[in-house]
Design a protein around this ligand. Structure first.
Ligand code: SF4
Length: 447
């Protein structure tokens, strides 16, 4: 998509709209949970100070000219849920085919009810691609998802993130500076990283999960690497092992570990890379022996699931079928009956013919929606403490009403644009993924 040139601004001061506690927890300098329901009701409480929001990464420099989330106008903050619902419907009706609204599986119901498509991040990016006639794509998800939609949509289309402060704590755990620094340190260990050995293998292939900034996808594209989703991580790792001696996998250590373990990679050949420590906290020998180097990142929602919860579910519901997301820690995945992406979880429930009890290890909004849609089954979340994706919750209906009514008035707000010099290599990394395996199907239209 056409974009203004990327000029990097200096690192910004602490942004009050961003939870910097996550970085401290990841760095090990603070303890605590990264899960919060504080944003559930009124996210604008957190958005009073204009800021980039977590965006590509809360540590990333701010591209000059990037839109910043300001305070939502009072008429939206003070409107009732019913009023916002009516205003969103009216604006969508006025805009017609000029706009497509996308809603992630983890999004709150008050927003999902207005989505033309509901799906995971990559399915939704494909849905955006399938609508070249739409002038605007309103992505009710988080920042990296809107960036991916911008990468895949047409040059005349504007991708809009209703609240710029809706980021992803996992994506924020690997910023481009940290990854570049890691790459330099690996070069010190392995020698030139772009020179294949006598057998034609590169020393290391970078693989990034879809849940990462466009800058990281661009890095991967520039260095012979590839993007993966939770659905195709195994296929992508096979692609990478066919080209390199080892893989650098980021940002989610759990998806990397669970996938590589299922492929037979021994745990001792999966050292961790903590970006806050020299050589990631591993020895040179461990890095030389490595098959997969795991970035020290995680999802604050999926990390909460435990083996104890599974034991309790089995004790209280004999015969329960436990399905968890591969972003869960390895012992949880090992203890579950099945592990798979949000779409795999959804399809398992849809295809169950006999009434079944399901205990699900993923975000609560999706679990509750599945339970409501399939009353013939008993479906519950493994985690008894309701834990939504708190950053996804920043897309309150008030923000959706505001962005749509601005469009009606002819104004595009909160446009997410990936700069050309980042977009080109990022698309290369995405295309490698598509060539490694056909993409997931575009989700069915909801309305
Ligand atoms: S559920 Fe986890 S990985 Fe997904 S957007 Fe939220 S924080 Fe990021």
């Amino acid at each position: 998509m056409a974009a203004s040139p990327l000029t990097l601004a200096p690192r910004r001061a602490v942004d009050a709209s961003v939870d910097h506690g996550i970085q401290a927890i990841v760095a090990g300098t603070a303890t605590g949970s990264t899960c919060s329901t504080d944003l559930a009701a009124t996210p604008w409480t957190f958005d009073t100070v204009p800021g980039y929001g977590p965006g590509a990464s809360m540590g990333d420099v701010i591209p000059t000219g990037s839109p910043r989330q300001g305070e939502l106008p009072a008429e939206y903050r003070e409107a009732s849920e019913d009023e916002l619902h009516a205003r969103i419907r009216a604006a969508k009706e006025t805009l017609g085919d000029r706009v497509v609204v996308l809603g992630h599986f983890y999004q709150r119901d008050e927003v999902v009810r207005h989505a033309d498509y509901v799906g995971d991040s990559f399915q939704l990016a494909n849905a955006a691609k399938a609508h070249p006639e739409a002038e605007a794509i309103v992505f009710c998800g988080v920042h990296f998802m809107a960036e991916t939609a911008d990468l895949l949509s047409g040059p005349g289309q504007a991708v809009i993130l209703p609240n710029l402060a809706a980021g992803c704590s996992m994506a924020d755990m690997a910023d481009i500076d940290q990854v570049e620094e890691c790459w330099e340190q690996l070069e010190d260990v392995y020698g030139p990283l772009d020179e294949p050995d006598a057998d034609g293998f590169l020393p290391v292939i970078p693989v990034t999960y879809m849940n990462s900034s466009a800058a990281i996808k661009g890095f991967v594209g520039r260095h012979g690497g590839i993007v993966c989703t939770s659905s195709n991580a195994r296929t992508v790792l096979e692609w990478a092992f066919a080209r390199g001696r080892r893989v650098l996998f980021f940002p989610d250590q759990h998806l990397g570990r669970n996938t590589a373990k299922a492929m037979g990679v021994p745990l001792e050949r999966m050292p961790m890379w903590n970006p806050h420590r020299p050589l990631g906290g591993s020895s040179e020998q461990d890095l030389r022996d490595a098959r997969v180097i795991l970035w020290h990142g995680f999802c604050s929602v999926h990390r909460r699931f435990t083996v104890d919860q599974i034991d309790r579910a089995r004790a209280e519901h004999p015969g329960v079928r436990v399905i968890v997301h591969p972003e869960c820690p390895m012992p949880v995945v090992d203890a579950a009956d099945e592990a798979g992406s949000t779409d795999v979880i959804r399809r398992a429930i849809v295809s169950a013919t006999a009434p079944t009890t399901f205990a699900i290890g993923t975000e609560i909004n999706l679990v509750q929606r599945l339970a409501a849609q399939h009353p013939q089954h008993t479906i519950f979340c493994l985690d008894p403490v309701v834990c939504p994706c708190s950053t996804m919750y920043r897309i309150h209906p008030g923000y959706l009403a505001w962005t749509l009514e601005e469009l009606v008035a002819g104004r595009v707000v909160n446009r997410i644009t990936v700069a050309d010099e980042v977009a080109a290599p990022a698309r290369v990394a995405l295309e490698r993924m598509l060539a490694a395996k056909p993409a997931s199907a575009t989700p069915a239209r909801t309305a």
